[in-house]
Design a protein around this ligand. Structure first.
Ligand SMILES: Cc1cc2nc3c(=O)[nH]c(=O)nc-3n(C[C@H](O)[C@H](O)[C@H](O)COP(=O)(O)O)c2cc1C
Length: 167
């Protein structure tokens, strides 16, 4: 899914992350907690998730708020990752500038040696977010550009109100 966050000037940024879980509580993704997106979310936890399916002329757009996952939720997921991915989490200071790709490869080699025996610990700077949806818009392309759009909005009683929007 594509996620959009804004910096303190209101400048939007978008990037793709993997949707790893979803249930009635919201949509979960994992990332580096010192990354640019994490810095944005620390100041403004409003977020947009976008799912495009061009082939089916379909999209879903979700507005909501992102909250950091608990340590236990992050740990549970981290333990399911392949060892190389766990090590990679240690290697990349996500969103910072680096001198060359070689620096990354060298650090990966060092970390591989360091964690050769036993489990790879969860880095303090690695975690995830759960996005609680406030609005969900479903869009389906139709003939003659008469597309269907439905917006689900949560009211104060936590019930979903559904309206059709003009295409
Ligand atoms: C298919 C795909 C999946 C990705 N999945 C993730 C992910 O799950 N978590 C993540 O932090 N970055 C993921 N990325 C990288 C992000 O798009 C992005 O480059 C990175 O998170 C840094 O973003 P930021 O500097 O805005 O924080 C993925 C990129 C692609 C193309």
């Amino acid at each position: 899914m594509c996620i959009a966050t804004v910096d303190e000037t209101g400048q939007p940024y978008q990037r793709i992350v993997l949707l790893k879980q979803f249930d009635h509580r919201g949509f979960v993704f994992f990332t580096n907690l010192e990354s640019r997106k994490a810095q944005h979310l620390a100041k403004n936890n409003k977020i947009n998730l976008h799912f495009p399916w061009h082939m089916m002329e379909r999209q879903v757009s979700i507005n909501g708020t992102a909250t950091q996952l608990s340590h236990i939720d992050v740990m549970r997921y981290f333990l399911t990752r392949p060892k190389e991915s766990q090590i990679a989490a240690w290697v990349s200071k996500q969103s910072s500038t680096i001198s060359a790709r070689q620096a990354l490869l060298t650090k990966f080699g060092e970390m591989k040696q360091k964690f050769a025996d036993g489990e790879v610990p969860l880095p303090k700077f690695w975690g995830g977010y759960r996005v609680e949806p406030q609005t969900i818009e479903f869009w389906q392309g139709g003939e003659h550009r008469l597309h269907d759009r439905f917006i689900y909005q949560k009211n104060i009683d936590n019930q979903w109100i559904i309206d059709r929007l003009a295409p």
